[in-house]
Design a binder for this molecule. Sequence first.
Ligand code: GN1
Ligand code: MG
Length: 360
Amino acid sequence: MIMNELLSIAGRFAIDGRVVSVAPLGNGLINDTLKVVTDSGRAYVLQRINTNVFPDVELLQGNIAAVTSHMRAKLEAAGESDLDRKVLRFIEVSGTGKTWLEHEGKFWRMSLFIPDSYTYETVDPKYSRLAGEAFGHFEAMLADLPCPLGETIPDFHNMDLRARQLADAVAADKAGRLKEAAVQELLSGIDEFAFEMGKAERLHREGKLPKRVCHCDTKVNNMLFDADGNVLCVIDLDTVMPSYVFSDFGDFLRTAANTAAEDEPDLSKISFRMDIFKAFTEGYLSSTASFLTDIERENLPYAATLFPYMQAVRFLTDYINGDTYYKIQYPGHNLVRARAQWQLFLSARAAVPAMTEFII
Ligand code: GN1
Ligand code: MG
């Protein structure tokens, strides 16, 4: 996209000062994110919303407004200062009262950039404990949200749905990739554990597992820390919606407790880190004690296996469909990702007895 166009899009938002630079920020797989700096000394985050993934922008931004204003009020009541560093602030499009802009069929939004904040792709046990506490605190703060949130992606973490989407992709074989040996191998592994991984949906159907407001994308890089290593806030709020607590617990460990990157091609480098699991779990249990039920707590080790499993299914589905959902950096990237997540699943599953012993 040409710079002039970006400058004029940025200028439509109620920002302080004149834009002096626009540069890419972060490495999300869905939206395009840019950092905008102005001559007032303030900086902003400008995002193009991926409307293939989030078609209902009004619902999306409505959810985010409900969540951020609720958290802001809570933090204020608790006597916290520096609120613009602890909860995201979205900027209105001048003269519209809305927090999103439609420009030539594309949708944009902007939030304040939080200066001196850091994201990490990996964390040590100390940071994991803080992250566990922070994600638990995030769920606890949203436990009394007055109006129900809409599902920005319906059934986002419903394993039954993800399994059906894989079956549909297999049946259509749109990209002709089904014949590949690596695809077949993954498919048979996935099939073997399908019943076991459907446990969350079964518990929910039996009325034993509630949906709560969760973040649903607790990748380790979706949390901001300050220079001293304190948690500032949770970012990437697009998927905040009702789900099982397993979502937040499992997805954090999927990224943080992996000894390698999400897309590591060398499978021998991938394993599940118990030290990270223990630290994160301690933090999470400390801030969720007020609401977590025994069934939720007892199934946290299952959650740690469900998310690499689900992510392997999702990456493989996208590979078979011809790479239509996730941004890829090279041909075959989604298959590499699926294999890496599968390896992590196997390693996490082998650690279930140790995880269970730690929790009980
Ligand atoms: C996507 O946008 P990003 O990169 O934080 C995806 C998550 C996946 C993740 C895998 C809306 O998150 O569900 O776990 O990639 N978000 C959506 O890295 O599908
Ligand atoms: Mg993200």
